[in-house]
Design a protein around this ligand. Structure first.
Ligand SMILES: O=C(O)CCC(=O)C(=O)O
Ligand SMILES: [Fe+2]
Length: 327
């Protein structure tokens, strides 16, 4: 069931509080939360998905004009199918070292226009008219939504909202558009290839929109190893997943949601059925690079001693990203 964010903005004091508690409960019980009325309207998302389709339908040599730079982070620009393999970190997460699963996806990443570490890689106007201006607009809109969600989580956790905002002050977030090409179901059968291998995200929170094909799955926190489908009956359902940085800051009070993208619900894995192409958008909120991810003092008690070492958001991000990219 989707939580209605109107209750947070316009509800009574009790309704607002209830929204915050239900949000936190959903993250703890299901590993994700689904949110409606989050401020990004269907009338914006529908044409945005069309624009994303236009970009990925361009010939490869045109997409390569905005290719991902050689350095792994921060993520900017276009990554071709096979360039990033999330499977390399699935094993890392479990302490097993790199795995060998290919991701069958292509993506393009953007940062904020005030990020002074790197320039944004911009899609030229002649390749997809209005693309960049709309992406920049959506980036800002999602940044606002992210701030409201952080406020709601702070209320539910009983911590200072302004502190969570302060550590995201420099907007060092990343916005990723993804295309998963159509493939025969049989290509995923032996496990050497997938759409996006299981992983946790590195930042604080991730906001995802997916098209009707679905295929996103989140691990059931109560049953590690069991992944459950997260369908989007409505294109504007926002799926919220917690990343490693927030798990660290809260000293495991909220755990990062392990997720992956695989067969859409209803596909017969033993057939040669073609899995339709899929498009999604993922907005990764990140703590400012210089912020320490040492657990906040409110979450460190005698019963729950500090579980993590002092590492900055940037150091952590780079440790995790190092194994992701091919070139
Ligand atoms: O495509 C999706 O729905 C999720 C993608 C994802 O998990 C990621 O890029 O980190
Ligand atoms: Fe992810």
């Amino acid at each position: 069931m989707a939580l209605n964010m109107d209750k947070f903005h316009f509800g009574t004091k009790d309704e607002k509080k209830r929204f915050c508690i239900e949000l936190l409960d959903s993250l703890k019980e299901r590993g994700f939360a689904k949110i409606r009325s989050h401020g990004v309207f269907k009338s914006v998302l529908d044409p945005q998905f069309d624009q994303i389709r236009r970009f990925f339908n361009l010939p490869l040599d045109v997409k390569m004009k905005v290719k991902h730079p050689a350095q792994a982070t921060p993520n900017r620009g276009y990554s071709y199918v096979g360039q990033e393999n999330v499977g390399n970190i699935s094993g890392y997460n479990k302490g097993l070292g790199p795995a060998n699963t290919r991701d069958i996806k292509e993506s393009i990443d953007f940062g904020s226009d005030i990020d002074d570490l790197v320039e944004n890689v911009e899609v030229p106007e002649e390749d997809v008219p209005n693309f960049q201006v709309e992406i920049d607009g959506l980036f800002h809109k999602l940044c606002e939504t992210q701030r409201h969600i952080l406020s709601a989580l702070a209320i539910a956790l009983g911590i200072d909202q302004s502190h969570l905002h302060f550590i995201h002050d420099r907007v060092e977030n990343e916005f990723r558009l993804l295309h998963y090409p159509a493939i025969p179901a049989s290509e995923l059968r032996d496990g050497t290839a997938t759409r996006c291998a299981e992983h946790t995200d590195f930042g604080t929170i991730t906001l995802i929109f997916q098209d009707a094909v679905s295929g996103l799955q989140v691990e059931d926190p109560a049953e590690p190893g069991t992944f459950r489908d997260v369908g989007s009956s409505n294109l504007s359902d926002l799926i919220l997943i917690v990343g490693d940085s927030l798990q660290r800051l809260t000293n495991d009070t909220i755990k990062a949601g392990r997720h992956r993208v695989t067969y859409p619900p209803g596909v017969d894995r033993d057939s040669d059925e073609i899995i339709p192409e899929r498009y999604s958008m993922a907005y990764f909120a990140k703590a400012d690079r210089n912020v320490s991810l040492l657990p906040l003092k409110q979450f460190v008690t005698e019963a729950n001693p500090c579980r993590y070492e002092d590492v900055t958001a940037w150091e952590y991000n780079n440790q995790r990203s190092a194994s992701l990219y091919e070139g």
